[in-house]
Design a protein. Sequence first.
Length: 174
Amino acid sequence: MPTFKGTSGDDPSDSSAPSRLTQSMEHEEIVETNVIRLDPRDLNSIIQAVKADAPSSSQQTSAAYSFKREGFGRQYEFNSSLVRKLSNVHCTEDIETVIPEVIQELNVRNETLKIADSHPQVFQFLDIKTKSESLKSMDPWLSGFMESIKKSEYDGKKRKLSMLPTPFRRQETA
């Protein structure tokens, strides 16, 4: 069997062979101490987390497209959020938690659409309420300010409607 000088470590005349062997063993020990063995479930959860962080092509198109009608844009965003949730379902444990959550959100959305059919301002109200709730976690005073603005706008509209002249109202002559 041919051997090349300095590579096999079998040549007794090669004095550096034992030192290379010792270095090799030390390297293997270092590598073995830094090895972390992962359970396949852990590996799958890491892969899922990486996939969830990477934007898909459908998510990129939703940000790029601008709807002419605000309602369609809102519905598209809502549908996209459900698609993202459903696409992250990979095992039966996820299904048991995600599917009921998605069903609940769809039921709430359908009820909102029923109300919005008669009262289109419901979306504006929900937007302000959502902003107020998100501000509550950051700054409760700012949240209170947002709610007071909404209340004053509502009260102002109420007063304006009551002050409008009614048609065919009897006018007094002087």
